[in-house]
Design a protein around this ligand. Structure first.
Ligand SMILES: Nc1ncnc2c1ncn2[C@@H]1O[C@H](COP(=O)(O)OP(=O)(O)OP(=O)(O)O)[C@@H](O)[C@H]1O
Ligand SMILES: [Mg+2]
Length: 363
């Protein structure tokens, strides 16, 4: 897989597609192509994880195959499926033929036995529907395989991936093992919503993608041809970097900086005033509480000062509020009923906790 002559070559090839990589990212991609290992890229939303796979496909002239992971996804959506419809159609068409096959037997067991000899006909490649992983292995042309948001899938799917990631092969019990004709360039992305299995991490090169340096973020905006003047874009990048220092629930990502630059360009803004930034702040800050914190910090950010990091006040912890009120002696013994003494926080069912925290976790 000698696509690139060196790290600088990777950086330039990606840059030609509009993807601006830093030294660490370019080095990891170069190593990936030389060591023929999958690359697991983890990091917050909107920092260019998915985009890297697209850029790499374009830079290497490879086809991009994508497996988008989700909760409850089963392996048949990732690897392969038997095409039951097609199998059924063939049995219908071949009904006469199968009738002839069992014409001379008169008990059911013997008929089933005889038809069973033809299992391999119906469980052959002809009836196999390829899903992205098998498609990557069977592809005649070299591919980039993007396994996007692996942390959303269940752990069982991670286990299914191991054979593919370690040996670039997939075993179909009814047929045998398929080996990749060309080693695919595999990129896995994760938003870190849960830990991935050590076995999966061990098979991959690992990269943590974080928010970029000011210089790189400006280069990205430039590459996107947002239409915003260079000096305003530079100022905007500093403001976004300041916003990231606030303790927001959802810090603005690169894609949001790009959106903000485009918005300001559409409005034909010639200078970044407090008014225009206030009016357009919702392009980069998506939660009400974050918006208030961002608008509070804006004057300091516009003056080029680092913001005071004031934690965004989240909703009070309901349990603590209740607890502080429930002082001993507030009510007499009969108030809580007979089980009062043994009732603890652990008695709250786990599903109740999951419901209460679902909103916060998804954020
Ligand atoms: N290094 C970069 N060079 C060029 N564009 C970038 C870069 N990083 C991010 N972008 C831009 O940011 C957008 C968002 O990136 P992308 O969709 O890859 O984010 P992500 O990390 O996959 O986020 P999520 O975790 O939400 O899926 C891209 O469409 C791209 O325009
Ligand atoms: Mg993504």
């Amino acid at each position: 897989m000698n696509h690139f002559t060196g790290v600088e070559d990777v950086r330039q090839a990606l840059s030609a597609t509009g993807y601006i990589a830093d030294q660490q990212l370019a080095t990891t991609v170069f190593l990936q192509t030389r060591l023929e290992k999958p690359l697991l890229i983890e990091g917050p939303a909107g920092v260019g994880k998915t985009e890297l796979a697209k850029a790499l496909a374009e830079a290497t002239g490879r086809k991009l195959l994508r497996l988008q992971c989700y909760e409850g996804q089963d392996e048949s959506r990732a690897l392969y499926e038997w095409d039951y419809g097609k199998q059924l159609l063939y049995t219908q068409i071949l009904r006469e033929k199968t009738g002839q096959l069992i014409a001379d037997v008169d008990d059911i067991d013997a008929a089933v036995e005889r038809i069973g000899n033809y299992d391999s006909v119906f469980y052959s490649e002809r009836f196999l529907s390829h899903r992205p992983l098998l498609e990557a292995v069977r592809s005649e042309e070299p591919v980039v395989l993007l396994i996007d948001e692996i942390d959303r899938a269940d752990e069982a799917l991670e286990a299914v991936l191991l054979e593919m990631l370690g040996e670039y092969q997939i075993s179909v019990p009814e047929i045998g093992t398929f080996h990749a004709k060309h080693v695919p360039l595999v990129i896995l992305t994760s938003n870190n919503t849960r830990d991935l299995a050590a076995a999966l991490k061990r098979r991959c090169l690992h990269l943590f993608a974080d928010y970029p340096s000011a210089e790189r973020e400006l280069a990205i905006i430039r590459a996107k041809h947002t239409g915003l003047e260079e000096d305003l874009a530079a100022q905007l990048v500093e403001i976004v970097r300041g916003l990231r220092m606030l303790d927001l629930r959802k810090a603005p990502s690169i894609s949001e900086t790009i959106d903000w630059a485009r918005t300001l360009a559409v409005l034909e803004v010639r200078a970044l005033s407090q008014q225009v930034l206030t009016d357009t702040m919702s392009v980069v800050v998506k939660y009400d509480k974050d918006l208030r914190a961002a608008l509070d910090a804006l004057p300091r950010l516009l003056a080029g000062q680092t913001p005071q990091v004031v934690p965004v006040v989240d909703e009070p912890d309901g349990y603590q509020v209740r607890k502080s009120k429930d002082e001993p002696g507030r009510f007499d013994d009969g108030y809580y009923g007979a089980n009062a003494a043994t009732l603890t926080r652990a008695d709250v069912s786990s599903s109740q906790g999951a419901r209460s925290f679902a909103r916060r976790r998804s954020g």
